[in-house]
Design a binder for this molecule. Structure first.
Ligand SMILES: Cc1ncc(COP(=O)(O)O)c(C=O)c1O
Length: 388
């Protein structure tokens, strides 16, 4: 039977993610539009993003926070191009985005002394195999496999290398041990559901020291440049002097999202919302015979990008192309009904469903979605049986 209750908001995409509850276009009313971002008012808005991010996330006072071009990709590329080279690199990958950083390190930067630690979708690379005297590059939460690192215990406090962490689908939903990380990046459209535009780059004092003392042998595009001279950090970047022009509407939207985060219990509240969403999905998975987590080990299961596989025996008997067609059918049906958008697995990941469970998603909307998923799966099953 077709369910009758619909999620109030059908937005379960893993990026851009759902806007925060209560968001309207009016949340942007105070945007500093039509003005220079370098004027006092514009700069104050940019500084507000930096200050609120620091406060909510508990980022240490001696860490720099910069608003940089090109979203999380821009922030992470900028860090890799500015920092990597002086030490051997251990790079970890267990899904598409981590694999992308491997490609850049090996094929673009062409670094020679690189150890790649890989794992299949649903698993995690061998964290204990990293060497604290090397630079370590990794993704906190693999958005396309739904696998996160369980904690930072595997990172040594007295490491000699730097840790570079792409945390775009982890910050504001998971505990980030800042003292274990030297570079942390994210984008605005993920956990807080902001507008995609600039990225955030956080640097520890040790990362800053590396930037100051190291001049990479490759050319540095203006968009990546963090130095104001051969041995000087461009400090302005970390005070709201962006390298190029930001959208002040996107900036306003980020401020609105950060203010919502503060009102929602701060980081603790956001983590609790996301973990409760994961628990709700886990309850449904436990009572649903046709679906399972791609990450079988609960200790590494993401509380934001929840990736599911279809476990029904009739699906396992189909050829690879038809297996992939099953979640596509479910996704198409739900989209047509307007009850869930963008929940297909990532294009490089094994076929399945991916449901965003970050802090801006309401638990009640997930609960309303489950009967629809069951309904759509039954529809798909009937259709495949008829075609067989
Ligand atoms: C883990 C991870 N890294 C990087 C990116 C790329 O982020 P952006 O599109 O903000 O540059 C994404 C986007 O989904 C991601 O999930």
């Amino acid at each position: 039977m077709k369910p009758t209750t619909r999620p109030a908001k059908p937005h379960f995409s893993s990026g851009p993610c759902a806007k925060f509850p209560g968001w309207t276009v009016n949340s942007l009313a105070d945007a500093c539009v039509g003005r220079s971002h370098r004027a006092k008012d514009g700069k104050a808005k940019l500084s507000q993003v930096i200050d609120l991010s620091r406060k909510i996330l508990g980022i240490p006072a001696d860490y720099r926070i910069g608003i940089v071009p090109a979203s999380d990709t821009g922030a992470f590329e900028m860090a890799m191009w500015s920092l990597l080279g002086p030490r051997p690199v251990d790079v970890l990958a267990w899904e598409s985005f981590g694999a992308g950083w491997v490609t850049d390190i090996v094929k673009e930067l062409k670094l020679k002394d690189v150890k790649t630690l890989k794992a299949d979708y649903g698993k995690i690379a061998d964290l204990a195999a990293t060497d604290p005297s090397h630079d370590i590059v990794f993704t906190w939460n693999g958005t396309t496999s739904g696998v996160r690192v369980p904690n930072g215990d595997w990172i040594k406090q007295d490491r000699q290398g730097l840790t570079l962490c792409d945390a775009t689908s982890a910050v504001f939903a998971m505990d980030i041990p800042w003292d274990k990380l030297d570079v942390v990046t994210w984008s605005w459209q993920k956990v807080l559901g902001g507008e995609a535009q600039h990225g955030i780059l956080v640097l520890s004092p040790r990362a800053v020291e590396r930037i100051i003392g190291y001049n990479p042998p490759w050319p540095m595009p203006k968009l990546f440049r963090m130095k104001a001279g051969p041995d000087k950090l461009a400090e302005g970047i970390f005070k709201g002097d962006t390298i190029n022009t930001p959208s002040m509407i996107a900036v306003e939207d980020q401020i609105a999202a950060l203010e919502w985060a503060q009102k929602s219990g701060g980081l603790k509240g956001l983590i609790a919302r996301s973990e409760a969403n994961l628990a709700t999905i886990a309850d449904w998975v436990a009572r649903t015979p046709w679906v399972g987590f791609l990450a079988e080990n609960p200790a590494i299961r993401s509380c934001t990008s929840v990736c599911l596989k279809i476990t029904a025996p009739w699906v396992a008997k189909l050829d690879a192309e038809q297996q992939a067609a099953v979640p596509k059918k479910i996704v198409a049906l739900l989209e047509k009904e307007g009850v869930a958008f963008d929940i297909d697995g990532y294009r490089d990941a094994p076929p399945g469903l991916r449901i965003w469970a970050g802090a801006t998603v309401e638990k009640a909307d997930l609960e309303a979605l489950f009967p629809w998923l069951d309904w759509a799966f039954a529809q798909a099953e009937a259709e495949f049986a008829k075609a067989a």
